[in-house]
Design a binder for this molecule. Sequence first.
Ligand code: SF4
Length: 293
Amino acid sequence: MAAGHAPVSPAVKAGAGGGKAGTKAGAAKGAAKGAAKGATRPALSGKRKQVAPPPSPAPRRNKAVANAAAAAHGKTLARTLTAWSEEEIAEAFTRFEAQDPEPKGELNHTDAFTLLVAVVLSAQATDTGVNKATHGLFAAASTPAAMVTLGEEEVARHIRTLGLYRGKAKNVVELSRLLLERHAGVVPRDRAALEALPGVGRKTANVVLNIAFGVPTIAVDTHLFRVANRTGLAPGPTPLAVELGLEARIPDRFKLHAHHWLILHGRYICKATRPECGRCIIADLCRWPEKRF
Ligand code: SF4
């Protein structure tokens, strides 16, 4: 995990929930007290002290609704003249860099092939879940030839905790076979060749090109898509539009690490349902109208 991007600790979570629970408990206690007073002193009912109503809870959204709201906000920003200036963009990435100079992805891998497999498995799955599955899988097979020998059934058995595992197992074995057939078992440093492999789309190719080969690509996942739209950094209706917007705006010197900084920011700070604006290092630059402090 990248330094400075620690996940919310259970204590913090408990604190947030505890506050709510405390409000409920306080209200119940107050109601019970009021009822007891009312029973013994009915004559005072007209002079009761005015009690302020409890604060209304912050709006809660599920992740899909939160991400859609971010996209809608991005659409609005794109029509208005509130785009980030070059100075603001440079300032944001200077802060990200100062906080975490060498951000890293969180998928366990040992080389370009195991990275490629891990990213293919990460669709609709968390990095933690993928790492648990690949622990056994890579112990059994960590090269294209070994993966083909292991076979679809065994690969599926290792990754059965992941969603869509049967289709993923089929893709992993087939892409291994194609790597042997077309690229002598070596992962190509080429977008078109990568995207020609089963289970490999633009985002996966971008991750592999960036991490394995040091190409300054920007892989737009759900976190980055949300952050780009919420902040107004690069609003766009699709991941590709956001990717191209970021590529056009981010200064070259920040491009190699930009997607890691933004993904980690979205994963741990600018979260879908409860963004932690109070801990956000770009809060003063962000255009999201629902910031919470
Ligand atoms: S201020 Fe809040 S909404 Fe804006 S980027 Fe930071 S965490 Fe996200």
